[in-house]
Design a protein around this ligand. Structure first.
Ligand code: KG4
Ligand code: ZN
Length: 394
């Protein structure tokens, strides 16, 4: 079966084509083409995604990306068996462009459509590795599975009891983790998207601490108390542990998250620093320290709640997906804590992150999720009824 997938939920116009061979225990996927046209350069000016602009760009890009994708795959569109399209969650004006485009193709070439939930796509994003072919293991032994989905729009913990059987354990009550990275980066005049910038600065600070240039090297610790900050003079010569940010909701009984208070704490921190020295952010060291403490706070919170859920549900497989899953510190800390579970809880949980190119939005993950929708005959019966659902849930 050949699937053509279209993804336009945010600021990437993405189209992919896969060819799938059904086997009894697993399905073998061959990537015929996988293209992502990113609008990051356009949205940089606004410090975030501007929906009307995203819509305009998708409309302009879709036919061009399709042409390139068919050319890369060396096939004619008539050879496609199903069109998979993201219908939500995401920015509705952006989602509609992909849906309208899919409908036009469907009518013109008489190809059925399967709607795909973007978050389900992120779950499937961990299967492709290096190379053009990959397998999706449908073996029961990988369940129960847990998925931590962290992106610019979402932060959710999903219990996957079996394929397509999802239960949302918790989610952010305000900002998504990626959104917090972007907003904090903006406060420090760093370009959009902020995640990779903050991460780079935080890692620089960690290497400096490790290389011994700061005597009281710090192991990140989970601070129960929120002591906003102890400031010395103009902020110069501050050590990392003098900047303490909160870990919102880390000890709450549920699996929810909150990042808006953390973001506000950074805002106040910068305001206080600037009162003492208006040019304080010209000091790269200060930026590195704020970035590190902020990243520590986000990562500790994400890891803490994930580990708690793994223990409670005796999770066999953890999947981390979404733009923030590219964060190297999150990967490192998650791996470390999961390893500890072997001794402490006799849990042999396997953790999977997508390959770097598939952490962000892409159509390959939509193609995989779409294949399973098609395999289960979840085709849209009346294409006029297909609609964008900005808040679609798993
Ligand atoms: O999944 P994605 O590409 O798009 C959405 O669906 O939102 O995620 C984008 C988000 C942005 O907020 C970006 O800052 C964040 O992922 N991000 C990172 C990193 N790389 C991207 N956040 C933290 N560390 C990173 N290395
Ligand atoms: Zn996404």
């Amino acid at each position: 079966m050949r699937i053509l997938a279209i993804e336009t939920s945010c600021d990437e116009t993405a189209i992919a084509i896969v060819e799938v061979k059904r086997l009894s225990k697993s399905d073998t996927f061959k990537i015929l083409a996988n293209n992502v046209n990113s609008q990051i350069e356009i949205h940089k000016e606004y410090g975030g995604v501007f929906p009307a602009m995203a819509k305009r760009e998708h409309i302009k890009n879709l036919p061009l990306v399709l042409e390139k994708t068919l050319k890369d795959a060396k096939i004619k569109i008539e050879k496609i068996d199903a069109i998979a399209v993201t219908t939500g969650p995401g920015l509705e004006p952006a989602l509609w462009t992909g849906i309208v485009f899919a409908k036009e193709l469907s009518l013109k070439y008489n190809i059925p459509i399967v709607p795909v939930n973007h978050m389900e796509g992120h779950i499937f994003s961990i299967f492709p590795k290096k190379g053009k072919t990959f397998k999706v293991d449908t073996n029961e032994k990988i369940f129960p599975m847990l998925s931590l989905l962290v992106s610019g729009g979402h932060t959710e913990l999903i219990l996957v009891k079996n394929w397509h059987k999802y239960k949302k354990l918790g989610q952010t009550r305000d900002d998504a983790s990626g959104e917090a990275f972007d907003k904090v980066a903006r406060m420090m005049s760093l370009p959009y998207p902020g995640g990779p910038e903050i991460s780079r600065l935080a890692n620089e600070e960690r290497s400096r601490v490790l290389s011994g240039s700061i005597a009281q090297a710090v192991e990140p610790s989970i601070s129960k108390k929120f002591s906003r900050i102890l400031l010395r003079a103009d902020g110069k010569n501050m050590t990392s542990d003098e900047i303490i940010l909160p870990r919102p909701m880390i000890y709450s009984k549920d699996y929810d998250f909150s990042f808006s208070g953390l973001k506000t704490a950074v805002l106040y921190l910068i305001r206080d620093l600037k009162e003492k020295n208006p040019n304080v952010l010209e000091n790269i060291n200060i930026k590195q320290k704020i970035a590190k403490e902020f990243e520590d706070a986000v990562v500790e919170t994400l890891v803490h709640k994930t580990i708690k859920a793994i223990k409670q549900y005796k999770i066999k497989t953890l999947i981390v997906g979404g733009g923030v899953s590219a964060n190297t510190y999150l990967q490192e800390q998650m791996n470390k804590e999961i390893k500890k579970l072997r001794k402490s809880d006799f849990l042999n949980t396997k953790v999977h992150f997508p390959v770097r190119a598939l952490t962000g939005d892409n159509a390959l993950m939509i193609a995989i999720a779409g294949y399973y929708q098609a395999k289960n005959k979840k085709f849209v019966k009346n294409i006029n009824k297909i609609k964008a659902e900005g808040n679609l849930s798993l």
